[in-house]
Ligand binder design. Structure first.
Ligand code: GDP
Length: 292
């Protein structure tokens, strides 16, 4: 069974974005670097197709740097698109973002035609953190809180540079089952929408193929990466649980506890900087999903 997730109010967000996009020069889409493809919302691409896009691959500090590089190259090869990776709490992401926006919309800027940028992304991807960091930078530089105007959803980063927050909530949209599992593993999908044991098995399947060394270092299973890659997901999950004494009162390994350990360790980076998908894999999933 794949993950079912039907959050409401998407039609309101669709309407609000369609309205707002008319006055926007560049759309920033924030993505989770651990699952860039799955954390994108295809609705956004559809609604903002007419505008240049800046993909901000956020939480790069939590992701596999090699895979982040693959995603940046993938996005940068798309027309009218730039991509940067970021840790939204970094102290100075503003320069890279402002420079990329000017590159994408060279005719905008200056008091007469200020740059108008819309920041979008699914909940928890780091929008507020980035907006706060950007605001803080400006406040620190000018020492003038009044210069940071935040009306309902518009933030003036400079006299000629305005940021707009997503109007409405851009919930994740699960297009293929793999995306559902990756979103659930990352915590982007409500806990009631998925079965943790199922998500943990899928997570183990992705981890064992690429991150056997990290898995061994974390749980000391006494296995080589090759052996890990060849072991069944459920057996690996059980081995992890045994190592961590995830037992029922009867002394058996508790599958639910095993699942919680693996998911929790993934979310806190305890296993290392893991990225669950590459552009190539994601394209394969999409293709299979559309032909199914
Ligand atoms: P929003 O719902 O998109 O506004 O997301 P938030 O800005 O509230 O961020 C959600 C969580 O992710 C918070 O706990 C942030 O501290 C954390 N976070 C945001 N950006 C980053 C990042 O680049 N790296 C890390 N490690 N954590 C981040």
């Amino acid at each position: 069974m794949s993950i079912q997730w039907f959050p409401g109010h998407m039609h309101l967000t669709r309407k609000a974005i369609t309205e707002r996009i008319k006055e926007i020069d560049v759309v920033i889409e924030m993505l989770d670097a651990r699952l860039p493809g799955s954390s994108a919302n295809p609705l956004l691409a559809e609604l903002t197709a007419s505008r240049p896009a800046l993909k901000v691959v956020n939480k790069q500090d939590m992701a596999d740097p090699l895979r982040t590089a693959l995603w940046l190259a993938h996005y940068n090869a798309q027309p009218n698109t730039r991509a940067i990776s970021l840790d939204a709490s970094e102290t100075s992401p503003a320069r890279a973002i402002i420079a990329a926006c000017h590159e994408l919309a060279p005719l905008r800027g200056g008091m007469v035609k200020p740059m108008r940028v819309l920041i979008c992304g699914i909940p928890n991807v780091g929008k507020s953190t980035l907006i706060n960091t950007l605001k803080g930078k400006r406040a620190a530089k000018t020492g003038d809180e009044a210069g940071v105007t935040r009306t309902e959803s518009r933030i003036a980063l400079a006299d000629d540079f305005y940021l707009y927050d997503t109007p409405g909530m851009l919930w994740p949209r699960i297009v293929v089952p793999e995306s559902g599992y990756n979103l659930a593993a990352s915590g982007a999908v409500g806990k009631n929408a998925y079965d943790e044991q199922e998500v943990a098995l899928e997570l183990m399947d992705k981890i064992k193929r690429v991150y056997g060394v990290e898995l061994e270092a974390r749980y000391k299973l006494g296995m080589t990466p090759e052996a890990i890659a060849e072991t069944k997901d459920e057996d690996l999950l059980e081995a992890v649980g045994r190592k961590r004494s995830a037992l029922t009162s009867g002394g058996r390994v508790d599958p639910q506890k095993c699942a919680e350990i693996l998911i929790g360790d993934f979310r806190t980076n305890a296993i290392g900087r893991l990225t669950l998908e590459t552009p190539e894999e994601f394209a394969v999933w999409l293709k299979a999903g559309h032909s199914a």
